[in-house]
Design a binder for this molecule. Structure first.
Ligand code: PHE
Length: 342
């Protein structure tokens, strides 16, 4: 009996060795281990028969069983380690990275043409000693109108032009309120540029409810209209190229006196006359003038001591002229095919 039992233990070793070699995965291997070494496994089954042995025979079976267990445990753990290694290698193979492949291209965006032109305009004034100031998009009646000498009955105040938020608050219709805010904050001399978003209740081919302006102004003792012309000439030559002619036409703004509208020689036809300049050879690009004494009074500057000039221009308009863009709405449709060209 004892010999039979020991024989079967020996047979398990060979059986298990073969089975283990067939095991292709760690789960399979675990199944085989349980079949041999588990509580209800083959080795346990043999040990259950210990009852039929004599007292001298029992320890010999125990010895043989322990030796078999050690042997089996050893081959399971070896095979287990081997399987783990091959699995890892397979995984590494399948996840191999080809470092010679070209990288994925990440599409890069660019600045919006209005932003670019706004920056170009600002940069043109920096060498002339201008600094940049900003004001809020939501303004009060005082800053947008009252302090700029725009009387209560001025047409610019009518509902069709101004987005009112309440009786006193509105979306600024121009960047000129930054003149007032800056003058309240600092004393002259001032050389300031104020780019920003403005809003008007207007929408067609040449108007959008939101657009951009750049305001500029200078306040000091003895500022002259000639200096205004000099500054604007330098600016126009920086943006549109040397030799582009300027023309001042008398105009009216409540916050400047005298006031002018400034034209440049048509950049499309060079002054010959075309559809863009409506055969005049000139294009209007900005409004300007000498700061009205009433504005100085509103901020507590003495108009007998100080004088100044101011100008304001539409950024989209400058961008359209500079790039020959025919439809203003292109700036706001955000069509990548359009934007990509800048
Ligand atoms: N604020 C004026 C406008 O929006 C432009 C302007 C600014 C005119 C400064 C004169 C001086 O039309």
């Amino acid at each position: 009996m004892l010999n039979d039992l020991i024989d079967s233990l020996t047979a398990f070793k060979h059986e298990a060795e073969e089975a283990v070699l067939q095991a292709g995965s760690e789960q399979e291997l675990e199944g085989i281990r349980v079949a041999f070494l588990g509580k209800k496994g083959k080795v346990s089954d043999v040990l259950k028969k210990v009852g039929s042995l004599t007292n001298e025979e029992r320890p010999r079976l125990g010895q043989s069983a322990n030796e078999t267990k050690r042997f089996l445990e050893e081959i399971f753990s070896k095979r287990g380690a081997h399987l783990a290694l091959t699995l890892k290698e397979k995984k590494l193979q399948s996840e191999r990275v080809d470092l010679t492949l070209p990288g994925r291209r990440i599409p890069t965006g660019s600045l919006h043409p209005v932003t670019t032109v706004c920056e170009e305009i600002t940069k043109a004034f920096i060498p002339l000693g201008f600094t940049v100031e900003e004001g809020p998009d939501i303004e009060t009646d005082f800053y947008n109108f009252e302090a700029l000498n725009i009387p209560k009955d001025h047409p610019a105040r009518e509902m069709q032009d101004t987005f009112y938020l309440s009786e006193n608050f509105l979306l600024r219709t121009h960047t000129s309120p930054v003149q007032i805010r800056t003058m309240e904050k600092y004393s002259p001399p001032l050389r300031v540029l104020a780019p920003g978003t403005v809003y008007r209740c207007d929408s067609d081919v040449t108007h959008t409810p939101m657009f951009h302006q750049v305001e500029g102004f200078v306040v000091d003792k003895k500022v002259t209209f000639a200096q205004l012309k000099g500054v604007l000439t330098t600016f126009v030559e920086t943006i549109f190229g040397a030799g582009v002619q300027l023309r001042f036409r008398p105009s009216f703004f409540p916050f400047t006196e005298p006031s002018a509208e400034v034209d440049i020689q048509c950049v499309i036809c060079g002054g010959e006359g075309c559809r863009v300049c409506k055969s005049t050879g000139w294009l209007e690009i900005l409004g300007a003038g000498m700061i009205d004494p009433e504005v100085f009074k509103a901020v507590g500057y003495d108009p007998d001591v100080y004088s100044g000039f101011a100008f304001g221009m539409g950024v989209e308009r400058i961008a359209m002229l500079k790039y020959g863009i025919k439809d203003l709405r292109m700036f706001f449709e955000n069509d990548v095919r359009f934007l990509e060209q800048f």
